[in-house]
Design a protein around this ligand. Sequence first.
Ligand code: GLN
Length: 490
Amino acid sequence: MKLWDKTLLELHKLLSSREVSSIELLDSVLQRIHEKEPSINAYLCLMEQAARKQAETADRRFQKKENLTYLTGIPIAVKDNICVQDYPTTCASKMLKNFIPPYNATVVEKLLDSGAVLLGKTNMDEFAMGSSCENSAFGPTRNPWDTSCVPGGSSGGSAASVAAGEAVGALGSDTGGSLRQPAAFCGVVGLKPTYGIVSRYGLIAFASSLDQVGPLARSSFDCSKILQCIGGYDPKDATSVQLEISELENNDYFQKDNSQKYLEEIKNRIIGIPEEFLNEGTDSDVKQAVTQAADCLESLGAKVVMVNLSSLKYALSTYYLIASAEASSNLARYDGVRYGLRISKEKSGEMFKTTRSDGFGKEVQRRIMLGTYALSSGYYDALYLKAQKLRHLIKQDFDKAFQKCSLFLTPTSPTAAFKIGEKISDPLTMYLSDIYTIPANLAGIPALSVPVGFSSKNLPISVQLLAPRFQDFLLLMVGSFLEKLSLEIP
Ligand code: GLN
């Protein structure tokens, strides 16, 4: 039976009623993976044998009706910057080509506890730096809707795997848009949770004050189930918030059939569209999608207003200074001494230099240099410190604006997926594709990307919803009214 095209919810029902076994489901998805991988390249490593064991265990859980969760028996893909014990975690970098972590990330541990089946590790931009998945040391991933286009990045492999039916859901990470922009390019739903509600333990750091792990799936409902599984306080992550997912507001929305109650919740809400988010660089079909989403929310009884968030114009430069500064410090550990690549040379200085020059790709080197420069004594005040002040201002602006509006509606990305090779030689143009996603990371607020239609070239287009901290389920709830599940699978 063809099962790979179904949502997590549909599959959960089929598994629970024992119409389908976890092994059958796994076989269907693996077959699809083998069919699609030659043209998509979403995976860097498949974990077939372990997956089979996990599926067998899941089937036993169903037989005994013990420890059943929404994720029991569900095949999930994991981005390759999230540690899975005994399997390579390369961050799509030559530097970590042979790195096999001796432990699981907390999110992986939680997936396994819930009975999920881990399919493999997905391709990404090296160390999560990029917006197209072209910065992988192991070749680009292609967009399932049009294989001449990028899937977005950096969680491009995860988004493409879900879009192509090569996984039912996936984990990715988002530092400046890496869950939402690929979700938008591939026509799936992606959530960047509130900073601190999902553990970063075992996520290989890019910019620690911005990084968040989050779900990608075919619906907001599916994302909510993955979030419920992976979220919650973790003493192993110093920035983890002391809250369980069940303590977040609205978390019961997807538990019962509550849609009527929540329709009431949307009524009379004020939803803001920041003017700054609809600049000239945004394609007309993207703007049109935002207008249509606004109309849809109004038809549900919400009030949509244009708002001004003037500090947003500084978000992109603020992000590229802070993220690069943190990256330059986080990536200092790859020195050829403790672990990762080592290119032996007689003198240790030569060894460091050659290892780092050969091990890191161009974009990673660019970020390390930019970050080191911004932190250097002569420029610290003018660059890094200023960026920190601007970050504070952006946060304050959001806080103020959330007193008037309960949500913001924006495009996820200024364009639909672009061609492979189109932006790779022009980093600044590439950075601009994150212009709408970055503010949420700077402010630490949750943000959701949901597919709402197609561009004139028949590529998926999404909108983004932003909410105050800890309102992740509000986003998913409103998202579930907007998403066009008819996008399904190319
Ligand atoms: N594309 C952005 C960057 O290159 C964001 C990446 C991310 O969120 N990991 O930094």
